[in-house]
Design a protein around this ligand. Structure first.
Ligand code: DC
Length: 222
């Protein structure tokens, strides 16, 4: 068993709505929340700041070994150049192995005395916590995800970015995440897919809660 039993795995591509959904679920259930993308981003940012190449394996593994010392609350982690670095170093098995323990510990012993955890990422249901009793796979069309990303950037005051560039970068990131040899992005066995192309955040939350309620006996077993 890789968790305490009360774990909701939320996987899916960038801008499918995982973050908003996972936060809301954690709040509603009083579970702890972990955005595992931040772990990969923190390693990417540490490398960029050190002037190292995130596509260079030895440097990436060394940075992953220092994960505990990295600040997961740094606002720069949200920026796109950091996401691009994260997706490059995420291909290395030794980096991913290094992060496994942190993620499994979080699930087994959720911080703050919480009784369960909502963990979001790309490979939570497939690799990190294959025993998770509830697995959700969030997806949406590439165009809608790129549009959401553009809106988010504009809200943050970034005006200079073109939608064609966002679409291109997102397509490249999807391809890298889906086609890498280790832990590629795909729905886990037993995962329920929620397509948010035509759902807003409230509707996605309702859909997820209905799935969780139907699986409640498994979640309560913990
Ligand atoms: O979810 P995000 O955009 O913050 O993730 C950034 C990158 O990190 C993503 O492109 C791939 C990688 N990642 C991963 O490989 N596995 C995870 N569980 C989470 C993120």
């Amino acid at each position: 068993m890789t968790g305490n039993g009360r774990v909701i795995a939320v996987d899916g591509p960038a801008a499918a709505g995982k973050g908003t959904l996972a936060r809301r679920l954690a709040e509603a259930l009083d579970y702890a929340h972990l955005d595992t993308g931040l772990l990969y981003r923190a390693i990417g940012l540490a490398l960029l700041r050190a002037g190292a190449d995130p596509a260079e394996e030895a440097a990436a593994v060394a940075a992953a070994e220092r994960l505990e010392t990295l600040d997961l609350g740094d606002p720069e982690l949200r920026q796109d150049h950091v996401a691009a670095a994260a997706t490059k170093l995420a291909v290395f098995p030794a980096v991913r192995d290094q992060l496994l323990r942190f993620q499994r510990d979080f699930a087994a012993r959720p911080p703050g005395g919480k009784k369960g955890a909502v963990i979001e990422g790309r490979d939570i249901g497939t690799v990190v916590l294959p025993d998770a009793p509830c697995k959700l796979f969030l997806t949406a069309s590439l165009e809608v995800r790129a549009e959401r990303r553009l809106k988010e950037l504009r809200e943050r005051g970034v005006e200079s970015i073109r939608s064609s560039r966002i679409l291109k970068e997102m397509r490249e990131r999807d391809a890298r995440d889906q086609n890498r040899a280790v832990a590629p992005l795909r729905p886990a066995e037993g995962a329920v897919t929620i397509d948010t192309t035509e759902l807003d955040a409230d509707a996605a939350f309702e859909a997820a809660m209905n799935i969780i309620r139907s699986q409640r006996p498994f979640l309560d077993k913990g």
